[in-house]
Design a protein around this ligand. Structure first.
Ligand code: NAG
Ligand code: NAG
Ligand code: NAG
Ligand code: NAG
Ligand code: NAG
Ligand code: NAG
Ligand code: NAG
Ligand code: NAG
Length: 447
């Protein structure tokens, strides 16, 4: 061993030894803290996008893995995040499972990396979670944990597993928004009051309910994510397992991502601004939607400035969609400046749809209490593929509310076919101005 290496090694072990003394209070069994090499500080230091230390310059905290599916390590995980907070890194090892069996408030974070190479899996103790969770009144949402704070990176080739099967089995046939429904199911990943958060590389699997939900968050970016929710029980399919949802969020990016769930693929909810989606693949979903918004009486909601590019939507109910509530208890608001560009849609019931009679209300009620959500400056550019034929020859249905402004709606280069026959139909109602392509009123359309 060269003298310099020897010196360095002893400096490092001295550093960790003294740190261990200082932190003697509590180190859980099987946990460890390692420190970056001191010599790094002498090199020209590099920083991440937020001006913080990069991975190799961070203190690294590891914890023991679970021995089996009832071996709850949530206390260890919380301990690790506290230890790694302010410049460190939590590492969950490849080929190891980490069971979370207790609710976790992770809103204290500031400059932390979480490298998930193994599997973080939630227990499926429904009784426990229904009594212990974080509740959001918006669409009666609950979650296992809340992530919040500033400068948070969660990344790796690992899995966050919601263990949803038992939840879907128990919920089978029910509706989340049914007033009598008390069977709430947790959201797999939720941020609240967070600024600068990046989630990269992970597989988000089998969420009991929505897969992700960002609340009061600024600058959240998902890249290279795989989301799926697949049931092994034919009589209880996953329900409401949306890929991406948001509420009061500014700066929301999703790139290079695949979503295979039976509900919305990407659907920002009220007050989401500056949205960027590129290279997204959605299978069997309810589409890439703006909304729903305008759900709650007297409440103003909005969505603005969205760029949605290169999305593939297969085997779904909807493709590119905008949705707003109508009815006696609906709210109001606007959707403005939305671009869908280069969207491929196959075998989908409603490839392009603007629906202002959401949710579950009949046409009489919708006509009596039309939506008060204005929809302006929406572009659909280069939209191609085929519908399922379920709605006859209708491939695009832009039915605006007679009770709101609908203006600046443009279609440019749409090449959608229906297996139900030619020519395909584009419906437009209550839209101010020309939409750029020939269209017919709903009253003249198939279905
Ligand atoms: C949001 O987080 C900041 C710190 O990042 C904190 O100062 C503030 O109190 C939090 N706000 C709420 C409403 O929790
Ligand atoms: C499948 O789901 C149904 C409906 O929820 C449920 O009654 C049944 O127990 C489930 N089957 C299994 C093997 O869990
Ligand atoms: C479009 O997205 C798909 C993934 O759905 C990707 O494979 C492809 O490379 C993207 N195309 C471009 C031009 O980026
Ligand atoms: C896409 O979804 C369909 C049903 O919705 C399913 O049968 C198929 O396996 C899925 N394909 C992939 C590649 O996940
Ligand atoms: C959206 O923002 C407005 C303020 O502009 C606020 O009044 C409203 O409550 C917000 N909507 C939701 C659902 O939080
Ligand atoms: C419309 O949204 C795009 C992002 O898609 C943004 O670059 C542009 O500035 C917005 N336009 C206006 C008028 O806000
Ligand atoms: C909707 O548009 C009308 C007419 O332009 C306008 O008076 C109203 O303020 C708009 N509503 C919202 C919530 O922006
Ligand atoms: C429409 O829904 C309203 C409210 O639920 C109900 O009172 C009415 O009977 C329904 N009308 C039709 C034609 O189904």
């Amino acid at each position: 061993m060269k003298l310099s290496t020897l010196l360095l090694t002893s400096i490092v072990s001295l550093a960790s030894a003294s740190a261990l003394v200082a932190e003697r209070e509590y180190i859980p069994e099987g946990a460890a803290i390692t420190y970056p090499l001191e010599s790094r500080t002498k090199e020209k230091q590099k920083f991440d996008n937020w001006g913080n230390a990069i991975e190799k310059d961070r203190k690294k905290v590891t914890i023991r893995a679970s021995k089996h599916d009832r071996d709850d390590i949530s206390d260890d995980f919380l301990w690790a995040l506290k230890k790694a907070n302010h410049g460190g890194l939590v590492h969950l090892k490849k080929n190891h499972k980490y069971i979370i069996g207790k609710k976790l408030d992770l809103t204290f974070l500031k400059d932390v990396y979480v490298n998930i190479e193994g599997e973080l899996k939630f227990s499926n103790d429904i009784t426990y979670w229904q009594a212990n969770n974080f509740y959001y009144a918006f669409q009666k949402s609950i979650t296992f944990w809340v992530w919040g704070g500033k400068d948070i990176k969660i990344y790796g080739k690992g899995v966050i597993n919601g263990n949803g099967q038992a939840w879907w089995d128990g919920f089978s046939g029910a509706e989340i928004l049914d007033p009598s429904n008390k069977y709430y199911r947790p959201i797999l990943f939720l941020t609240d009051n967070a600024t600068n958060i990046e989630i990269t590389g992970l597989h988000l699997k089998d969420s009991p309910c929505w897969t992700t939900f960002m609340v009061r968050t600024k600058n959240v970016a998902f890249d290279d994510i795989y989301i799926d929710a697949v049931s092994t029980n034919v009589s209880s399919l996953p329900k409401n397992t949306d890929g991406f949802d948001s509420l009061n969020v500014d700066g929301f990016r999703v790139t290079n991502t695949r979503v295979n769930v039976g509900d919305d693929c990407f659907s920002p909810k009220p007050n989401t601004t500056n949205i960027f989606v590129k290279n997204l693949w959605c299978n069997g979903t309810h589409g890439v939607s703006m909304g729903s918004i305008g759900q709650y009486a007297g409440v103003k909601d909005y969505i603005s400035n969205a760029w949605i590019e290169n999305v593939t939507l297969l085997n779904g109910q909807n493709g590119a969609r905008l949705k707003a509530w109508a009815g006696p208890t609906a709210g109001y608001g606007y959707i403005d400046n939305i671009t869908y560009k280069n969207i491929r849609i196959e075998n989908t019931d409603a490839p392009v749809v603007l629906d202002q009679c959401y949710f579950n209300i009949n046409s009489t009620t919708c006509a009596t209490y039309p939506s008060k959500v204005n929809i302006t400056n929406v572009k659909f550019i280069d939209i191609y593929g085929t519908s399922s034929g379920k709605n006859g020859r209708v491939v695009a249905d832009l039915t605006c509310s007679p009770g709101a402004t609908c203006e600046g709606i443009h279609i440019e280069n749409i090449q959608l076919k229906s297996p139900a026959g030619d020519p395909a139909q584009i419906v437009c109602d209550n839209i101010k101005g020309d939409i750029g392509v020939p269209c017919i009123p709903g009253s003249e359309a198939d279905d």
